[in-house]
Structure formats: structure tokens, C-alpha cells
Design a protein around this ligand. Sequence first.
Ligand code: IPE
Ligand code: IPE
Ligand code: MG
Length: 264
Amino acid sequence: MQQQLPQHIAIIMDGNGRWAQRRGMPRSAGHTRGVDAVRIMLTRCRELGIPYVTVYALSRENLGRPQQELAFLFDLFLRFLKSELPELERQSIRLAMIGDRSALPLTVRTALDYAIKRTSGGTMLFTLALAYSGREEIMRAARTLAASCPGENASPEEWERAFRCGLYNPELPDPDLIIRTGGELRLSNFLLFQCAYAELYFSDRLWPDFDNAELDRALAHYAGRKRRFGLTESQIEEGNIPSSGSLPHSVRGCPRSETEDRTS
Ligand code: IPE
Ligand code: IPE
Ligand code: MG
């Protein structure tokens, strides 16, 4: 029987450092292995036909890590963007980024822009959250809302739409499933606005050990969840879907200036 699949999976990839330290290796070795786990996971999601995958690769708070680790991570992102490009294109995977571009080195921004452009025709969206902070994104959207102010008589839906236009990617639907590896039970500033009705799956596996079997377990858990969005089960069974706020949705057609990131 075909199980219910999430349309958007967002993953907090945690545990790279511990994976390496447990083996007496430098933390960087865990990050390198983490990239292999990303590749495997992405290919599996592609095969399953999941249209949106987002990975938390670097939080704004991670920018406070030791310079040496950060330099390694930025170099790893560069190598990833270069080495994976042909495979992303082959699998028709479109790359996108959410987060504070201005906090990234120019080399990474340039490689990102190139990869995003080259993969723009892809049919599955793979989003990297880099130098990302959920609170910062909410404040960014609040600033956009203040500037566009829909007016006193606007409906709650219009207000929400105007707010969402200030999110890093208003067209990205809210995640249906958030997976966190590494054993911690927290969101660490990830997709704070969008997670309202996401199903959460916490895995004790360290990210480099995350494999297809663990992904399938997360998907099986998701398929077994009853999503009610605040309503009763019989309301949902009757097809009574809440219209605003609580349903995963996205916004198209925002004014360009609001979504554009002018940092080069
Ligand atoms: C997650 O692994 C990857 C990044 C935050 C870049 P960590 O580096 O946080 O690994 P642990 O949690 O210290 O094991
Ligand atoms: C969350 O992991 C960020 C990423 C996976 C990129 P952290 O290791 O930074 O989270 P905390 O510090 O344990 O909350
Ligand atoms: Mg961690």
C-alpha cells in the first residue's frame, strides 16, 4: 500500500562533531561524512518523489564557532556545490538557499549563485539553510509587513500573505515533517514560523549515520500520524480543511523587491 508522503521534509542535521569525536577523529571528519549522508538522503527523496527538501546546514548561531571549524565548513560547502552540481542537474534538483547571505564568504555566495542558476530548471526543490535564524527571518518578515502594510480592513489572510512575502522564500511551503538527528529534542531556531503544524521526528542517530532505513522509519512515523490542524477527526474526514494559518501553504506573486536579496 502506498503510504502518505510529506511534500516538504526539513532536516536538522545534528551530530557530525560527536560522530567524529567518538572515533577519535577531528570534528571536520564528521562534517565531511555528513555530506555523504546528505547525498544519500537527497537521492532517496528524489526517488520517492518528495518535491521539497530543506536541510539546516549552518545556523546563525553556528557562526560563533571556532574560526577553524567555520573555515572548514565554508570550504566544504564550496566543494559540495562544485562536486554535486552535475548530479543535481541529472536528477533535476533545483537548489535554493535561505538565510543571511551577507554572513557568507564571497566565494560561497558566488558558488551558490552559480549552482542556483544552473539548476533553475529542476523540478524538485532542495533548500540549504545557511547562516539561518528563524527569529531573524520572522523579524525580516515583520519589517516587510510594516513597509507594505495591507491596511486596516485587510483580512487575516491578506495580512498573513503580506507577512509571508518577507520570508526568505515565500514560495516554500511549510514543512510537513521536521527530522532532527543527534538526540536533542529542540528546534535550535529552525523554521520557527513555518513549523506551526509540522510533524516532528527525533532520531538518536548522529547525522553521518543517517541512512535510508532511518529515513524510511521517519516516513513511516509520519504516515502513521493523524494531522488534525486543531479540528476533530470527523471534521477532517469530511474534508473540512482549515483555510488559513494552520495549513502548510506558500505564497506566490510577492512584489519582487520584497523577496529579492540585494546582497552580492
Ligand atoms: C551539525 O553537527 C552540523 C552543524 C551544526 C554545522 P554538529 O557540528 O553540531 O555536531 P555535534 O552536535 O557537535 O555533534
Ligand atoms: C543545529 O545544530 C544547527 C544545525 C544543524 C545546522 P546545533 O548543534 O548548532 O544546535 P544546538 O547548539 O545543539 O542547539
Ligand atoms: Mg550540534
